[in-house]
Design a binder for this molecule. Structure first.
Ligand code: SF4
Length: 204
């Protein structure tokens, strides 16, 4: 299993970049329920006008609508971004907290977002489990779980911590290109022989 996880990371690498944690946090909020292209547009526009938590904490949410419209649900996201920025300024002196418990106290920040911030923003070992990671891990048979949180708990017991961060990005790529949500391209996949789903589906 560790071998397969390593292989996925090698075949579908995504840059590990440690960037400004605040920007990572806000862009991850913007990324909820939208595509990467839309997130990038919204994130670029927003940060071209607002440099960080102090500026955003003072903004009126309506002022953000046009800037983040591309990401969808822009009214809710604008409210959330301003609220989160205010909390970061008032409670954390303008610095995004670097531990999971504190990140989870921020409104709208769940485990996936918190783990993305920990890995990409602070370079800490953290496994963000989204629908791709959850689906693929269950299909291959790494885990047998009902939701992303259970998947995170199980995977972090089974996989060494240096793979946690890179595995998220790699599985997202793998899930978009090969192990699609519907009709996975098993005939193009090099993990067929190890994959439970493949054996179950094509055993006849
Ligand atoms: S064999 Fe099919 S289901 Fe299994 S990992 Fe590959 S693409 Fe996904």
């Amino acid at each position: 299993m560790i071998k397969i996880a390593k292989r996925i990371v090698e075949l579908f690498p995504r840059d590990k970049f440690t960037e400004d944690p605040f920007r990572i946090l806000i862009c991850t909020i913007l990324s909820q329920r939208t595509r990467d292209e839309n997130t990038e547009v919204a994130c670029e526009k927003l940060f071209s006008q607002y440099s960080g938590p102090y500026a955003l904490s003072k903004a009126r949410p309506e002022k953000l609508y046009e800037l983040i419209k591309a990401s969808g649900m822009y009214k809710q996201k604008a409210e959330r971004i301003v609220t989160v920025s205010r909390i970061i300024v008032e409670k954390y002196r303008g610095k995004v907290p670097s531990d999971l418990e504190e990140l989870l106290k921020l409104p709208g920040v769940g485990r996936k977002t918190a783990n993305i911030v920990l890995y990409h923003g602070f370079g800490k070992p953290a496994l963000a489990v989204d629908t791709h990671v959850h689906r693929i891990s269950n299909r291959i048979g790494f885990v047998n779980t009902k939701n992303p949180e259970q998947t995170e708990m199980e995977l972090t017991k089974l996989i060494p911590s240096e793979l946690w961060g890179p595995l998220n990005g790699a599985m997202v790529e793998f899930g978009r290109k090969i192990c699609l949500p519907r009709n996975p391209l098993c005939n193009k996949c090099c993990f067929r022989t190890e994959c439970d789903y493949f054996h179950e589906t094509y055993k006849g």
